[in-house]
Design a protein around this ligand. Sequence first.
Ligand code: PRX
Length: 632
Amino acid sequence: MQITSFKQYEEDFKKSVENPEQFWGEVAQNFQWRKPWYKVLSWDFKEPNIKWFEGAKLNITENCLDRHLEKNGDKPAIIWEPNSHEEESVTLTYKMLHERVCRFANVLKRNGAKKGDRICIYMPMVPELAIAVLACARIGAVHSVIFGGFSAKSIADRINDSQCKLVITADGAYRGSKQIPLKDVIDDALIGCPTVEKCIVLTHVRTPVSMLKGRDVWWEDEVKHVNDICEAEEMDAEDMLFILYTSGSTGKPKGVVHTCGGYMVYAGYTFTNVFNYQPGEVYFCTADIGWITGHSYIVYGPLSQGATSVLFEGIPTYPTPSRFWDIIEKHKINTLYTAPTAIRSLMSYGEGPLEGKDLSSIRVLGSVGEPINEEAWHWFDEKIGHGKAPIVDTWWQTETGGIMISPIATVTPTKPSFATLPLPGIQPILVDENGKEILGNDVMGNLCIKFPWPGMLRTTYGDHERCKQTYFSTYPDLYFTGDGCLRDQDGYYRITGRVDDVLNVSGHRIGTAEVENAINMHAGVVESAVVGYPHDVKGQGIYAFVINPEMHGEAELTKKDILQTVTRVIGAIAKPDKILFVSGLPKTRSGKIMRRILRKIAEGDTANLGDTSTLLDPNVVEEIIEAAKALK
Ligand code: PRX
C-alpha cells in the first residue's frame, strides 16, 4: 500500500474518488481482521451516520503487536528517551511490548474493567503510557487520554462527561527541570468524580503520594498478581476505540469519538505513506500521547506498521537546546515529526546547539499542528534536513484521526508553508460564506471535506447533536474543518488558520470561550473577551481584555491572580500572554462583543478597524487602543 511515485499517487487518488469502496477495501486488506466486512462504507453527512467496514471484527492490538511477533518479535517497537539525558534509554521489542500490554490488560480486568468501560489515562510520556493505551484496546475498554498539563477541574469535567470507571496515572512527571505532581492533581479531580472506582498509580518520580484504601493501587504491585497471557477482545469495526477531548469555539471541550476499524486502517495507511517509512528505520514523533498526534503517530500508526517509534519524555530545551539533535544522533533517527512552535523556539538559539551534531541519519522531516511560516520551513530544511530531506507539512485534526492534506515523502514536490495535496481518499473543497463551492485555482475559502474517510470522527461522546451542529450543519452535506485555506495556481493547499474562535497556541488547541469562562471565574472579574494575536514562537498568543476587576492589591497582582485562576480551571497551557484591564468592551447595540476590533487591537493594527458604525459606544475603542499601546 506504499505509494512510490507521483504517477502512482495520481492514479490512487483518482481511484479513491471514483471508487472509494474498492480503494479502501484494498487498503484494508493489508491489516489483520478476525472476520471480513460485508460493506466497506455506508454514510450520510446529515445525521451524520458513518460506518466503515461494517460487520468486520478485529482487535487493533493484534495489528499493532501480535502480527509482528513471528518475523519481527525482536525488533524495537518503542525506544524510550527519558527526560534526563543522564538516564539510560529503554528499548522495548515487539515481544516485550506484547508481553507487557497483555500483563497490564490483565491488571485492568482484575480491577474490574471490561469491554466498553471508559478509562481515563493521565500519565507522563513513559513506555507505560503506551502500554496503558494498548492494554485498554486489548480488552475493548475505551481510553480517554488527558494531556499532563490539564488541571484537576479539566480532568474532572472530562472524566464525568464520559463516566470513566478507572483512572491510570503516575505519582508524578518530569518536565525539564520541573516535576509535576500528577497523582495530587488526580486526587483533587476525583473528589468530584463519583463514577471512578479504581485508580492505578505507576511509580515514576517516587514522590510521596496519598493512596486511598479501596480505590488506589500501585501499578508495580498489580502486575505481580497476573500473568502475561491475554486473549484480545473481539471488537466490531465500529466499536469505540477511544475518546479524545478537544476544544471548540463554544462551550466545554467535546469528546471526539474514534472507532476501531476505520481509525486503524487510516492511521496505518497514512503513516506508511506520508513518511515513506522503510523497514528498520527509526521514527521520532515529538508530540505528547495526550494529543491526537501521539495517538495516531507515536502509538497506533507506527506500531500497526511494525515500525520503531521513539517516545521522548522531556522537552526540546532540556538540559540544553541541543536535546533533539542529541537524540537524533544517539538513536540514528530517520524521521523527525515535530511542530512549528518547537522549530521556531530552537531556531531562536541560533546554530550553536547544532554544532558538531551528526544529523546525517535524517531522511524525512515532518511538521504538524499549526501553519509553518516560510522562515521556519527553510531553517528546518537547511539546518536539519541539509536540503536533502523532504518536509511533509501535514494538515489534519483531532476529528480527522489522521493526516489529510500533506506531501507524501519522496513523492510529492514540496513548497514552503504548503500542505500541498490531499491524500488518496480525501476530497477537500473550498466554500464561501454561503457554502457555495469555490472552483478553480488561485482562490481562498473555508476548508470542507465532501466525502467520508475511514479515520473520521463518528460522534462526540454523549451528545451526537453537538457533533452534527459543530461539523455538519454550517454547510449542508459537508464536514466543516473550521480552517481557512488557499489553493494556489498549482492546486496546492495552504492552511491559513482557524476561521472560528479557536486558538492555536504552540500547536495546542484552545477555545477563546473556554479561556473567557476561566477568567470570569475569578472572584473580581465581571466580563472578559479573549482573542489571539501573532506570536513569534507560539504561533498565536492569548490576549485577554478584562473589564476592570475588583482589585486586591496592585493591578499586576490581580493579573497574577487571574492567571492562577486560569491555571486552576483549565491548566497552564491556557494562561493568557497579555491581560489588559479596560473600562468596557466594544459591543454592538444588541450586546455582542465585536471581536474583530479586539483582534485588530491585539495585532497592533489599529489604522483600519473596518466598519465601527454598529458600535454602542465608539469611545470605548479609543480608550482600549490607548491602553493597549501602554501594555508591553
Ligand atoms: O487549524 C488547524 C491546525 O490545527 C487544528 C487541529 O488541531 P488539533 O485537533 O489539536 O490537531 C492538531 C494535530 C493534528 C487544525 O484545525 N493545524 C494542524 N496541522 C496544521 C494546522 N494548520 C496548518 N498547517 C498544518 N499542517
